[in-house]
Design a protein around this ligand. Structure first.
Ligand code: GLN
Length: 522
């Protein structure tokens, strides 16, 4: 039996849990059960999970415990994270659990195969706690576009947890899971990380296989880690990364230097570039203050701060909202009422395939998904293709060149992750353009295929909510993010007197108080 209570266990990092498991101080069944209990206690308020996979998670945990107890070669060969539980964004397909993509159109659908990242989690024997909520097909910045109700921010249940991966970020922030998987097409790992005070990483495009991640915009999508510490994200990226012949865009690089980089963080003599276009006007004052403080800390730690300019970033959002919907319109064509999930028959008239398809898509897709399919279909239509899609692709090249030039002057680049802290539920739901603006600082990395990491930079003065700091590195240089991120994280923890999440008002209260204070619905 562990010396720690379940409330203490759930607050440990994945690295700390892994160490305790290896030392035999705690069993995986205890750790997994503690998280399942936490989910049962708080998820009625948070709504981070769409499906809880208790039975299978506990079975995997018991298997790890049995192997450890038996000792010998099999115990030696266990993966470092064996027995550490994880939550998975419900855009990633899994055998034995439903996969909805947050959409009615996939309600009740079960994948006949596992995504490559899921195979890797299983090989590492990490118990999968369940599937997390998201904006429908990963389209949104608040998780309010889920067909299964919004996820709430554990810092303040009346606020959004970011999106599209609000479920994964909220689960980790609310101590329902030590780790989670997300997907990031324009910021869906990093922006939820920023507004929930967690760490999120979008790896280099191709560093983690996309096989089995339901495609939103294939040239931008990337699976990545969600955690409470920089080291934990490095540990998880090493589990899920690596070449995959099932993904034609998968890189052959090994990316096996990430944990080492996180453990030996150092910024001595490094050049860190402030991107002129990604802060200042349009950014909340408290965000800007925390950003400036981080720069000071890095300078004191021996980094040289330089300013770089990427003038074409001002076109990134516009180009993204042509390229992304174009790819969406093509990728979502397969949800036709024949092959997957929902099938709705027309109420009257002939029962043709086109009419079944139309009735199914009308009933199965939500407004935001329809908006993007229409936008993308228009942008790709004959006569407009060159003017819209073609031009956007040219802008993409200009953005890549801007980054190439910036990385000639700096080893990593830095910016706030999002222009504001978490906004109120409903605040931007009727204003798509205001919602899209949340991603101004995250989208450029997807457009260029470069890696980005968001870590908590402290609390904003005006509202006491978490602020995210984003680090960007050249493609394939993911290790640099972890090297710099680990240093900044340690300096910030010193400044804030410990991990930021320990200061979240609702999270440190006992569960009973959380329920009483916020009511909530599920
Ligand atoms: N919020 C962005 C969008 O709505 C990014 C989504 C994502 O990264 N999946 O497109």
């Amino acid at each position: 039996m562990s010396e720690l209570t379940s409330n203490e266990l759930i607050r440990l990092s994945a690295a700390a849990l892994a160490a305790k498991l290896r030392a035999g101080e705690v069993t995986s069944v205890e750790v997994t059960q503690a998280h399942l209990d936490r989910i049962a206690a708080v998820d009625g308020q948070v709504n981070a999970f769409l499906h809880v996979n208790a039975e299978e998670a506990l079975a995997v945990a018991a298997e790890v415990d049995a192997i450890r107890a038996a000792g010998g070669a099999a115990a030696e060969e266990l993966h470092e994270l064996a027995g550490v539980p994880i939550a998975v964004k419900d855009l990633i397909v899994t055998i034995g659990q439903p996969t909805t993509a947050g959409s009615k159109i996939l309600e009740g659908w079960h994948s006949p195969y596992d995504a490559t990242v899921i195979k890797k989690l299983r090989a590492a024997k990490m118990p999968i706690l369940g599937k997390t909520n998201l904006d429908e097909f990963a389209m949104g910045s608040s998780t309010e576009h889920s067909a299964y109700g919004p996820t709430r921010n554990p810092w303040d249940l009346e606020r959004i947890p970011g999106g599209s991966g609000g479920g994964s970020a909220a689960a980790v922030a609310a101590f329902e899971a030590p780790l989670a998987l997300g997907t990031d097409t324009g910021g869906s790992i990093r922006q939820p990380g920023a507004v929930t005070g967690t760490v999120g990483v979008k790896p280099t495009y191709g560093a983690v296989s996309r096989y089995g991640a339901i495609a939103m915009a294939s040239s931008l999508d990337q699976i990545g880690p969600v955690s409470r510490t920089v080291l934990d994200s490095a540990l998880l990226q090493e589990v899920i990364g690596g070449h995959d012949p099932f993904d034609s865009t998968s890189l052959t690089d090994s990316f096996d230097n990430l944990v080492e980089a996180a453990r030996t963080g150092n910024v001595q003599g490094m050049k860190i570039g402030i991107i002129k276009e990604l802060h200042g006007e349009g950014y909340q004052a408290g965000v800007e203050n925390r950003f400036n403080e981080s720069l000071e800390l890095l300078k004191e730690a021996g980094a040289e701060i330089v300013e770089v300019s990427c003038p074409n970033l001002k076109y990134a959002l516009g180009a993204y909202y042509l390229i992304m919907p174009s790819e969406v319109s093509s990728n979502l064509a397969k949800f036709d009422g024949v092959r997957f999930g929902l099938r709705v028959l027309p109420k009257e008239g002939p029962m043709t395939i086109e009419r079944v398809m139309a009735a199914t898509r009308a009933a199965g897709f939500g407004d935001e998904v329809k908006r993007r399919i229409i936008l993308g279909t228009y942008a790709l239509s004959a006569g407009y293709y060159d003017a819209y899609y073609g031009s956007a692709q040219k802008v993409r090249t200009l953005i890549q060149r801007d980054f190439d030039a910036a990385f000639a002057q700096a080893d990593v680049l830095i910016s706030p992750t999002a222009p504001t802290t978490a906004f109120k539920l409903g605040e931007k739901l009727d204003d798509p353009l205001a919602m899209y603006l949340n991603d101004v600082a995250t989208i450029p990395a997807n457009m260029a295929g470069i890696p980005g990491l968001s870590l908590p930079g402290g609390l904003a003065d005006e509202d006491g909510l978490p602020v995210g700091i984003q680090l960007l590195a050249p493609a394939r240089e993911d290790a640099r993010l972890y090297r710099v991120g680990a240093v900044l994280e340690a300096l910030l923890e010193e400044k804030w007197g410990g991990p930021l999440l320990a200061q979240a008002p609702s999270l440190v209260e006992p569960v009973e108080t959380l329920v009483e204070t916020h009511g909530g619905s599920k």
